[in-house]
Design a protein around this ligand. Structure first.
Ligand code: FDP
Length: 345
């Protein structure tokens, strides 16, 4: 019997399909300080749920899952059926996985205790972001943050396990259900993006080590609210126009953020008269994207301080958000803080 060492094929007949998300997570597991495999499993659970949500969103026009669900969530926003479906899918995947003890979701008023006190992780999630775009076939997303609980595993969940600043995140990511579906995540060692290959049912590494350009030529903001902005925001957006930057605003945070991350640009959702603390939620929207932005060399601020350093006090706390290319965010922040200082003098 002859035994030969494996020789990778060089004929070119069967091209390599690349690195799957599962394989990548396994390869990177040792980068993580508490490399026990639980965080890896948790990321896989999220990926599985996102594949199911991807299936549901692509069928939305064909099955009876479009439109409003008929209930209003804790934010006072009308829930869409797909919001509810995505929430169920992620909750189910995270509760079955066994690594998570508690979940904060945009769609739930309270913290959900998974009755799994041995779980070491807490997840904050917006299961389906950009709800107003669901029924018109425009990109939507999922955003998630993962924290290690502060209290010992086995004990009941406490407030300190949930109310953690963004700097405490051990991983964060988003899924973009767009012209292709992508999962982008960080565990604090750079940012990597994976594209979903439908026929194989797998995410493949397509955007390794994403780096946000330091500066770009895109600004993304809902200009319909311009009259309600503070002077610094008005001045910065005017500057963008003077420089002939392109205005691009989808109204799905994940999609706007993702485009600017790759191409260079700034996304702003500032405080307005209607939303004096901004509109976006700190725990399950701003923190995750701020972690990713910083890991890719970008920046995220509320206009006065780094998003990741804000100490949350309530579950569904909102924050103004300026995020994207570092030079642009820095410039916007300095204009906002200097003009708001002037108005106080
Ligand atoms: P939506 O309310 O449709 O879920 O997360 C909230 C969010 O979308 C973001 O995705 C989006 O960027 C923003 O709100 C859009 O708000 P405006 O309609 O006020 O611009």
């Amino acid at each position: 019997m002859k035994i030969l060492p494996y020789q990778p094929d060089k004929s070119g007949l069967a091209y390599s399909v690349g690195t799957t998300l599962d394989r990548f997570i396994k390869l990177k597991q040792s980068d993580f300080p508490f490399a026990s495999g639980e965080l890896s499993q948790l990321l896989r659970d999220i990926a599985l749920a996102s594949k199911i949500v991807n299936r549901e969103t692509t069928r939305a026009g064909l099955s009876n899952i479009g439109g409003a669900f008929g209930q209003v969530n804790v934010q006072g926003e009308e829930q869409q059926k797909l919001d509810v479906i995505a929430n169920i899918r992620f909750m189910r995947a995270l509760s079955k996985g066994g690594e998570v003890c508690a979940i904060v979701s945009e769609e739930e008023d309270s913290v959900i205790d998974l009755q799994n006190s041995s779980g070491k992780y807490v997840v904050a999630i917006d299961p389906l972001d950009g709800s107003s775009n669901i029924d018109v076939n425009i990109s939507i997303g999922t955003i998630f943050s993962i924290y290690r609980r502060k209290t010992p595993a086995g004990s009941p969940i406490q407030r300190e396990d949930i109310m953690q600043a963004g700097t405490e995140q051990v991983a964060a990511g988003y899924v973009l259900y767009g012209s292709s579906t992508m999962l982008v995540y960080t565990t604090g060692c750079g940012v990597n993006g994976f594209t979903y290959e439908q026929s194989l049912g797998e995410f493949f590494l397509s955007h390794p080590n994403i780096q946000a350009p330091k500066i770009g030529e895109i600004y993304s903001v809902n200009e319909g609210s311009q009259k309600e902005w503070e002077e610094g925001v008005k001045a910065y957006v005017n500057l963008c126009k003077e420089r002939r930057y392109s205005a691009r605003y989808i109204g799905s945070l994940v999609a706007d953020f993702h485009r600017n991350l790759l191409k260079g640009g700034i996304y702003l959702y500032p405080a307005t008269k209607r939303n004096p603390s901004g509109k976006l939620r700190l725990l399950y929207e701003a923190n995750a994207l701020a972690f990713i932005a910083e890991q890719a060399g970008g920046m995220a601020t509320d206009g006065n301080q780094r998003i990741l350093e804000i100490q949350p006090t309530t579950l569904h706390q909102r924050t103004p958000l300026l995020i994207g290319s570092s030079d642009m965010v820095e410039e916007a922040e300095s204009m906002i803080s200097s003009l708001s200082l002037k108005s106080l003098l």
